[in-house]
Structure formats: C-alpha cells, structure tokens
Design a protein around this ligand. Sequence first.
Ligand code: GLA
Length: 369
Amino acid sequence: MTMRWLGIMLLSMTTALAAQGSVTKTAFGTAPDGTAVDLYTLKSEGIEASIMTYGARVVSIKTPDRDGKVANVVLGYSALDGYVADKSTYFGAIVGRYGNRIAFGKFSIDGHQYQIPTNNNANSLHGGTVGFDRLVWQGKAITDGVEMTLVSKDGDQGFPGTLTVHVRYTVHHGALRIDYVESTDKPTVVNLTNHSYFNLAGDGTTTILNDEVMLPADQYTPVDTGLIPTGVLAPVEGTPFDFRKATAIGARIHDDNEQLKIAGGYDHNWVLRGKNGEVKTAGRVYDANSGRVLTVTTTEPGVQFYTGNFLDGTKYGAAQEGHAKNTGLCLETQHFPDSPNHPAFPTTELKPGETRHSTTTFTFSTHAK
Ligand code: GLA
C-alpha cells in the first residue's frame, strides 16, 4: 500500500469516527419522590446536548459561535433542585399531555365532558398541576441519542385514556432532532412540545431583544385576556406579528398593540405555511453578536413564539440561579392552543389504534459578520 492510500484510509476512518457521535449517561440527582434522575449527554459534530429524565428536559445545548467559541445556548439550572423548585418556566421540558392552554380546563370528546386542573388563572396550562414536565421518564440510550418513555395513566390530570409517549432526542451535524410517538387506549387529546428557552448569546443573561427572528407564517391566532385563542386566524400583514422578513424582536415589542399588551410581549401561536404533517420551516433566529443562527423545522401546524415575558429573575435551588425577563425565547412547535374547543383548528384528538408521529429539528449554524 502506498503512503498516499494509507493517508486516505486514515482520514476516512477519523471522519467516520467523528460523524458517529457519542451518548453517555451520568447521575443528575434524585426527584422529590425518590426516583434517581439520569442525564444523557449526546455529542455530534458542532453540538453537545444534555437531556435529563426529569421532565425529559433539555438541560444544555452547546454550540460554537462564529469564532468557534462553544457555549450553552439554552436557559436552565446547574442542578436538579432548581428545576424542581421552579414551577413556572418549564425550562427545557416536554410539556404535556396538552402543551399550552385549554380554556377553563374543560373539553369534550364524543359527548363526554372532561375537567382538567386550572393552574393558569381560570385556564389549564401545559397539562395541569403535575404535567409531564414534573415526571421522571424512562431513558434508554439509542444510536445518536436517547429515547424517553412515559406512560400516563387513564385519568391522569383528568385526561381520558392510558397514553404511551416515546420522545427520541438525537444529534446530527449541528442539529438536535426530537421525534414524538404517541398512542392511547381511549379517545383523548394530546399536544406535546419542547419548552427550551434559547439564548444564542450563550451567556443566559443578554436579552434576546436584538435577535432577528423570521417566522414563515401569514396568520396568527389572537388571544383573549386569558391568552386563549379567540378562534380567529388573523393576518400578520401590517401588524407587529409580521415576521415574514427577519426583524429584530425588540423593534416592535413595545408597540401600542392590544395583543402585545395582553401578553406582555410575544406569546402567541403562528399558523405555519405548508401542510400539517409535512416538514416545513417554523422559524429562524439570528444573533448578530455571536453569529449563531437557529433554524427550526417541524411537522406541526403551529409555533408558539414566546419571548420569556414571565421570566422575572426569581432565584431557585441551592445555587440560587435565576433568569431575567426576555433573556430567552421559545419556539414551541405545536397544535394550536385550546384546539379541543375549536373544531376548525387541526385536531388534537388521538384514537385507540392510531399512532401519532411528529418531528421537530433545531439546527445551529453561524453567519459571518
Ligand atoms: C408558554 C405560554 C406562556 C408561559 C410559558 C411558561 O410559552 O404560552 O404564557 O406560560 O409557557 O411560563
């Protein structure tokens, strides 16, 4: 064999090794009910993501800036006790059984009325008082990632049907992909999403107001004072909700606009272009300082763009860590809020014998100056 061939072989072997990535598991404390919590760290080229079994939460995502400096781009806490004590932000969690709000916690399926806990003024938020974000999931290492499994019993938080959920997190070349698979033994409603707060500056303290956001949506769902959709699909045209061209978040967030006032900023569902079930872009965020770009694609019909309006710097856990207003933004790919009470919205009903699959990918890249 010539030296040249040997060189080529060695090069392709190292490329293959680098592309393979790795998955490691470490202990991350004990949940209040005594269950041990594990942290899975997934590595691939240009990304390292840590996911814990408590709430199947994303604890950190490390990506390089335009100069190659690696930092964590999501908000969270350094230890489990912070996540347990904080009952309002849902940092990094898989929220369910119904992500976002259900008006007065009431809905009906096939003529049966159901009542779930009202934990957000008069309404229900993120699945009730003990949602999926507060449960310990079962983790299993898989190729390039981790599979988190949860079985929510018939009647859990008032929802009908035993719901089995598998959420797979995998990493690939600068991307974190989330695959959701759900099945039930009785008709029920399901709307799962991931509640990561992105801070592309990578310091957890710089506000996201200078980030430029693009949302490929012609309509959004305006809300009442309880943040429940009125049912109208309103055009974004001519409003501060028009992000079809990349615009700095802070450019219009303080505009004299009733919807922005109700929510204290952006906290709304955008109606994505393209078909429900087909992969499409849900949004893009660019932080000009670090050069980091986040692109979100999904099969879901909507995205809740939330600018961390309720973050108030409250400190949690032994380390006393907190995050201030507007220091993180969420792009929660989802079905529309309160869909069970809006027959015209894409349905969130799941029937026995059906398996629902959805997928969302967060891809990180950088942009030159
Ligand atoms: C979602 C909601 C917000 C807020 C956060 C959690 O994004 O739409 O109103 O409740 O979750 O704090």
